[in-house]
Each structure stands twice: as C-alpha cells, then as structure tokens.
Design a protein. Sequence first.
Length: 249
Amino acid sequence: MSINVNNSQSGLSIVIPIFNEEDNITGLFQKIKKFSEDIHFPYEFILVDGNSSDDSPNRIDKLIQSNHKIKISLIKMNKKVGYGHDIVAGLNAAQFDFMCWTHADLQTDINDLKEAYNLIINVNDEVIVKGNRGNRSLIPTFFTFAMQIFVFFKLKVSLNDINAQPKVFSRNFYEKFLRNEAPDDFSLDLYLLRQGKINNIPILEFPVSFNKRKAGIAKGGGGSWKNRKQLIKRTIKYINKLSADKKNI
Ligand SMILES: Nc1nc2c(ncn2[C@@H]2O[C@H](COP(=O)(O)OP(=O)(O)O)[C@@H](O)[C@H]2O)c(=O)[nH]1
Ligand SMILES: [Mg+2]
C-alpha cells in the first residue's frame, strides 16, 4: 500500500487568474467545458478573481452554477494585490500532484494543457513544462529576446520565452522552490523559471500558438507600448532585486 503523505492525488490542478475579463468569460467557459469532456485524467479548474471591478465574478458564478459536471471553483480576492499573489492563492488551494497556470484572455489555448500534462507525467525526473510561442510578430519577439539577453547577463541563467503559457510543474517543485518567495506581480513567470534553472530542474518546452487579445484590456506587457514599457521597467526592477539578493548570499 502506498502512503500519500501530502493528501495529494494524481491529476492536474489548473489555476487561471482573472482580472476584468467579463467579455472573455463565456468563451473561456466553452473552452473549459470542451476540455473537461475530452480529457481522461483527473483535473480541477481553480479560477482566481483579483477583485475585478467588472462583471467577471458574477458571470463566472452563474456559469459554475449551470455547469455542474465541470470540476471548477472560484476564489475571490477582496482586494487587488496582483497576478503572482493571486496565482499562488490558487495553487495553495490545489489538490493534485501536478499543477499549472495559464491565462483567461483566450490568447493562450487551454487545450495546450493536454500535451503539457502528457509530457510531464511521462518523465520520471522533476521537470517544468512550458509553452514556447512560435507565431509572434517581429516586435514582441525582439523584446522577448532582448529580455532573455538581459536576464542572462544579470542573473546568469538562460531563459527562453519567459511569459509563454502554460507553466506546469509538480506539487513537490511548488512546495520546495516556488511557494515561499514568489513575487506578487507579473514577475511570477520569471521567478518560476529562474527557480527551475538554479535548482537544476530541466525546463521542457513545447510549441504553442499565441492569439491576439480580442476582448478586454491587457494588464501585463501586451497590447500597447505603454504596457510594454511598464512591464520592462517592472521586470528590470525585479531582476535587479534578484541579482542583488544573489550577491548578498
Ligand atoms: N487574479 C488576477 N488576475 C490578473 C491580474 N492581472 C492580470 N490578471 C489576469 O492574468 C492573465 C494575464 O494578464 P494579461 O492582462 O492578459 O497580460 P498580458 O497579455 O501579458 O498583457 C489574464 O487572465 C488576466 O485577466 C491580477 O491582478 N489578479
Ligand atoms: Mg494576455
């Protein structure tokens, strides 16, 4: 008999952060519904609403109530903290041995999780599985590349397409390397990959496509030059902090 010390189970917990996505909620649910009917492994969706000021939480509540067959729950933040904070809140509520996050804005495809899960359960060692966006236009590709070079010189780790989704990893990785000092903001994706690299956890990539946002406003680095500038400033600040922490060890 095997003893499960963590009370966790084989399967995938899928965390999706949501902030002011009211016009994407119906489309997201259609995708989630189809996904839950297609797959043959245990799963749960944990949506985390970051105190949206629009109708997102109401729409999600209604859809959860009318879709009893889907294993899905909603965590509502009572104040706006940030992307990283809210994803970690979702991961803390996760019950399965493997966990992941992806986005709610339909730029990424939930179906990518089928391949990602298949990859992670078929390797015996600890790994991180992530998407790698192939179909982006020149300017975003250039910025992603420039960020990679900056990260390499400052942090001495080589990370590819940091903000591609999904990100899939084991509960063990989460508890050992991610949970404790995870940043509250959009730097969470960078932090996860850096934790993988410095702890010698291989990062397996698989190709994903990345769509244009059709509804709602981008809050990270997408959408406009203003967003991109803010993301770059925030990321540089965070990289400088990580780099300073490293020197102080
Ligand atoms: N819970 C929560 N979700 C957020 C927050 N900020 C953004 N999101 C969600 O995180 C995902 C990525 O954000 P998005 O604005 O698309 O980032 P971008 O495409 O990189 O500009 C989307 O599903 C957003 O709704 C936040 O503060 N809290
Ligand atoms: Mg987006």
